[in-house]
Design a protein around this ligand. Structure first.
Ligand SMILES: [Zn+2]
Ligand SMILES: [Zn+2]
Length: 49
């Protein structure tokens, strides 16, 4: 179980990827947010779809 970076919910169906801006933080997105293209905000301040 991971916490989605977009909606903050716990999820077992998610993808993880590195922030394209800082390349350090790992962004976690649940299936619902992926589908809805919900924005995520990285710790570095980057916001992306
Ligand atoms: Zn989510
Ligand atoms: Zn970042």
């Amino acid at each position: 179980m991971k916490t989605c970076s977009s909606c903050g919910s716990g999820t077992n169906d998610y993808v993880t990827f590195k922030c394209p801006s800082c390349g350090k933080e790992t962004v976690i997105r649940c299936a619902a947010c992926r589908k809805n293209n919900t924005r995520y905000i990285c710790k570095c301040g980057f916001r992306g779809p």
